[in-house]
Design a protein around this ligand. Structure first.
Ligand code: ADP
Ligand code: 5GP
Length: 197
């Protein structure tokens, strides 16, 4: 077991920018990276799997986790709660693993305060019109939910400078290569394994 604490990597960006797509591609290519599975009170989308994409819970269950300090961070986003289960992330880091969190702005701010050494990356869309196209193409939200997410996107994008790095997700392969280069530079003790895969 590695005695060095692992690296915590936070990926934030407006809904529809491509965070999930990027993450699953990165995880496929770098099986030594761990993705924290969040808890949420929103309903599952058609292809989402309990325990893989999220733990889907009721508002009451979520509030109990908050009260018991079982979440590393949490926030309300577009009418639902989202949060990171604390125990598994702390254990993975303690064992020297690199852990990815895909979370929104308020949660990323909480992580900046509690884990100042975390690497925080903000993913930007090439334009607002392309962001809206991606949200619509995904066909997972109705018009009202898309409008709420686009409103929230403006607030989130205005805070992109708070992050260590900002990357525009225009061409997917280029973005993946950029993130891989950043991980390579930052993941002490993981760099050689990242480059071997
Ligand atoms: P997020 O997790 O940030 O909400 P998703 O990963 O669900 O976003 O992506 C939203 C939509 O945009 C999906 O249909 C995805 O295939 C598409 N997408 C992601 N990245 C790109 C890209 N670089 N170029 C074009 N479409 C993309
Ligand atoms: P979605 O409903 O599209 O899956 O996610 C909505 C937003 O919640 C996205 O910006 C996503 O990054 C964020 N999110 C997902 N899990 C968490 C979490 O555990 N904590 C926080 N703060 N945000 C999360």
């Amino acid at each position: 077991m590695n005695n060095q604490p692992g690296k915590l990597i936070v990926l934030t960006g407006p809904s529809g920018v491509g965070k999930g797509t990027l993450l699953y591609r990165l995880l496929e290519r770098h099986p030594q990276l761990f993705l924290s599975v969040s808890m949420t009170t929103r309903s599952p989308r058609p292809r989402e799997i309990e325990g893989k994409h999220y733990y889907f819970v009721s508002p009451r269950e979520f509030e109990q986790k908050v009260e018991a300090s079982e979440l590393l961070e949490w926030a309300e986003y577009a009418g639902n709660y989202y949060g990171t289960p604390r125990r598994v992330v702390e254990e993975l880091l303690r064992q020297g693993n690199s852990v990815l969190l895909e979370i929104e702005l308020e949660g990323a701010r909480q992580i900046a305060a509690s884990f100042p050494e975390a690497l925080r990356i903000f993913i930007l869309p090439p334009s607002m019109s392309e962001l809206e196209r991606r949200l619509r193409r995904r066909e997972s939200e109705d018009d009202g939910a898309i409008a709420r997410r686009l409103e929230r996107a403006i607030v989130e994008i205005a805070a992109a400078d708070e992050f260590n790095l900002q990357i525009i997700n225009d061409d997917l392969e280029t973005t993946i290569a950029e993130i891989e280069a950043i991980l390579h530079q930052n993941c002490v003790g993981r760099a050689s394994r990242l480059s071997e895969t």
